[in-house]
Design a protein around this ligand. Structure first.
Ligand SMILES: Cc1cc2nc3c(=O)[nH]c(=O)nc-3n(C[C@H](O)[C@H](O)[C@H](O)COP(=O)(O)O)c2cc1C
Length: 330
């Protein structure tokens, strides 16, 4: 347990330097709380559309569910996206009453129907609008505001320094950077030099993100960029232990089964049996990915079973078939 904060977001202390990336369809309350208990230093919700939050009196139930959290997750960051400054500001104002520690604006989503409307990575095309948005948000909110950005729209428009300065000069308390442009989506390599450049220029914490797959990569991106923390996305799926600085091959079958059971139980608590089990399938597929033949044999039954007791029986059969004392060779 760290006694001294690794960094602060405005007045919010953060203990630790690894953070689960916000990921739509993955960063829900059950998975975030698991990741937080394994070592994620703060909890970002997946991005939530401000238009969904504008529906009815308190937002659509689906949008509101994405913002549920438990106190053990703190610091909790609500990540929202939209293209209209006034609407983002008015939603952020009432969201503050739900008790998040920080509100984050997504400026990195590359999905066409979002980015081309000027939300997500579409915001990067307009640093003046970003400045206006930050001015207004910091004016009306009592909690810190942050942003998660990409490097620009495309190779010809890598305006990340303008964006980073607009954020910094207009009150953002933290900037997380995925080192790719919008048009790259996930192609090529994340540009850690650009993250280093942003880190050098800003006095607020900078979080580096992109292509961290192993524990060695964590140390590399920190050394390369000087970033205050590292955000990890895809490599956490199926291996949340990376947040404890453990690579896949270091995780034993026993650890894996314990976590599968715990995660499934949390999913069922949060979503109910039917939905909880269905939403767990994508996780279990990744937890047992690349495992020995004895484990892979039950992959299809695990992914298709629709009763918790059947699921449990399958897990038990796994224990008897596989030598528990040996870590899974992956
Ligand atoms: C399935 C999935 C969903 C994502 N959803 C979000 C999101 O809601 N908000 C966000 O800022 N980034 C989102 N991202 C981007 C990640 O947070 C991260 O920036 C990106 O995956 C690069 O990091 P990585 O190389 O560690 O995966 C998503 C990525 C994936 C794979």
């Amino acid at each position: 347990m760290l006694t001294k904060p690794s960094f602060r977001v405005g007045g919010v202390p953060v203990y630790g330097d690894l953070i689960l990336s916000p990921m739509a369809g993955f960063s829900d309350l059950p998975y975030r709380s698991i990741c937080r208990s394994l070592g994620s230093a703060m909890s970002y919700t997946e991005f939530v559309n401000v238009d969904e939050l504008n529906k009815g009196r308190n937002g659509s139930p689906r949008a509101r569910q994405k913002l549920c959290y438990i106190s053990n997750e703190r610091p909790v960051v609500f990540q929202i996206y939209g293209h209209d400054v006034e609407r983002i500001v008015s939603v952020a104002q009432w969201l503050q009453d739900l008790g998040p520690d920080i509100i984050d604006i997504n400026m990195g989503c590359y999905v066409k129907k979002i980015a081309e409307r000027g939300a997500g990575a579409g915001m990067l095309r307009n640093p003046d609008m970003i400045a206006r948005l930050m001015d207004k948000l910091t004016n009306v909110l009592d909690i810190p505001v942050s942003a998660k950005i990409r490097l620009g729209w495309d190779d010809d428009n890598r305006n990340y320094m303008d964006v980073a300065r607009a954020l910094h000069d207009h009150g953002a308390s933290l900037v997380a950077v995925h080192g790719r442009t919008k048009s790259q989506a996930y192609s090529g390599r994340a540009d850690w030099d650009a993250i280093a450049e942003i880190k050098q220029a800003l006095s607020v914490p900078v979080v580096g993100n992109g292509d961290v797959r192993t524990v060695a990569d964590i140390e590399s991106i920190k050394t390369h960029t000087g970033c205050d923390a590292v955000m990890i996305g895809r490599a956490v799926i199926g291996n949340p232990w990376i947040l404890q600085r453990r690579d896949r091959q270091e995780v034993t079958l026993s650890d894996r089964l314990d976590l599968i059971r715990k995660h499934l139980a949390l999913n069922i608590d949060f979503y109910g049996v039917e939905k909880g089990l269905i939403l767990f399938r994508k996780h279990v597929a990744r937890y047992i990915e690349d495992t020995p033949a004895g484990v892979r044999k039950i992959r299809v039954p695990l992914l298709t079973c629709d009763r918790v007791s059947d699921f449990e029986d399958l897990l038990c059969s796994l224990v008897s078939e596989t030598n528990e004392t040996v870590g899974l060779a992956m």
